[in-house]
Design a protein around this ligand. Structure first.
Ligand code: COI
Length: 354
């Protein structure tokens, strides 16, 4: 494995108020960087003081959004260990995103080692308050100055760390979701099933519209028929319909979430029936009217398990489970976070110690 050089900051920053972290507002003292060039491949892995990155104004990422990212978390356990949750899966997904955007592949084991080394350097930033964790944001950007549309020849792979609390200001309180019927997020064959930066830029307008109406996030419909449920804002979505948990199948425009996959594994291990399939808006509306949707929730690294208390289709709004968290969502949350924070045995082998 390549050796990671470490240059420590001579000017450590003041730590934030750990009881009021919010999400993605603070960054630690160091960052990991590694360059790519066609002759050297990925080279010069290094940990350096956190700070601005210098880019040529013609760098291709700035014009054509050739960039991918990941989101994962490290957790401090009660007995003082630091655990990462399924980091290999995140870097495998980064490689799948990079493949879609013609960015060179990264060695998954090396990337996990880079995260662990960076966490060790910034261990004094690790939050310990209940419900907090270290959010890890690896990303790749195209750095070559060039205005023709083609793949860049040079890239930067970076990892930054941000101590965080809950993603939504609501915390574990159920969120209000607006079903978006104008903008679409993705179509099959596009980039919806990978973590490309541009995917998220295209969602902001609908998110603003939902926020103006008093909703936390939007629920996206498929881009072709505008009929099937895809995902919610930054999360995958699940419904408990009667006794079966249903989530949209990965049809090519939905992000294959690591938390989504973990929830399905937990549900199956509890013998709760689960279906990955197409779910139409009409099916959801009818089931809501008939009182058959007992719970709905979103899943994601940042959002964890986020119960959905209200769903709005234009002026038509529905309350789910009296606007409160239901037993299946709660059980998933307890088991998942129990494993992540080391309170429960990791019978699935999902965590790795830093
Ligand atoms: C994550 O859950 O880690 C994500 O990548 C969502 C992010 C856009 C906040």
């Amino acid at each position: 494995m390549k050796e990671i050089t470490i240059v420590r900051t001579s000017n450590p920053k003041k730590k934030p108020d750990y009881s009021n972290l919010g999400f993605g507002k603070y960054y630690t003292d160091h960052m990991f960087l590694m360059d790519y060039s066609p002759d050297l491949g990925w080279h010069d892995p290094r940990i350096v003081p956190y700070g601005p990155i210098s880019l040529d104004p013609a760098a291709m990422v700035l014009h054509y959004a050739q960039t991918t990212f990941e989101g994962m978390k490290a957790y401090r356990t009660g007995d003082g260990r630091t655990l990462l949750f399924r980091p290999w899966d995140n870097f495998r997904r980064l490689n799948s995103s990079d493949n879609r955007l013609c960015i060179p592949q990264i060695d998954v084991d090396f990337a996990v080692e880079a995260v662990k080394t960076l966490l060790r350097v910034d261990m004094d930033w690790m939050p310990t308050e209940v419900g907090t964790s270290m959010y890890i944001r690896p990303f790749v950007i195209a750095t070559e100055p060039h205005l023709g549309v083609r793949a860049s020849n040079s890239y930067l792979f970076a990892i930054i760390l941000s101590p965080v609390a809950a993603y939504y200001p609501e915390g574990m309180a159920p969120v209000r979701i607006y079903v978006e019927d104008e903008d679409v997020r993705a179509v099959r064959g596009g980039t919806g099933e990978v973590k490309a930066g541009g995917n998220y830029a295209a969602t902001i307008r609908a998110q603003n519209k939902a926020a103006e109406k008093g909703y936390t996030q939007v629920l996206w419909l498929d881009g072709v028929h505008r009929k099937y449920i895809e995902e919610v804002g930054t999360m995958n979505v699940f419904f408990l319909i009667d006794d079966t948990v249903v989530t949209p199948a990965l049809t090519g425009s939905i992000l294959p979430g690591i938390t989504r996959m973990s929830c399905l594994e937990m549900l199956r291990s509890w013998s709760i029936p689960c279906e990955e399939r197409l779910i139409s808006v009409d099916e959801v509306k009818t089931a809501l009217r008939n009182g058959r949707i007992r719970e709905a929730f979103g899943t994601g690294t940042a959002a964890v398990i986020s119960p959905i208390g209200h769903l709005a289709f234009g002026e038509e709004t529905y309350e789910i489970n009296n606007g409160s968290i239901g037993p299946v969502s709660q059980r998933l949350y307890d088991e998942l976070t129990g494993i992540q924070w080391g309170r429960l045995p990791d019978k699935y082998g999902w965590t790795t110690e830093v």
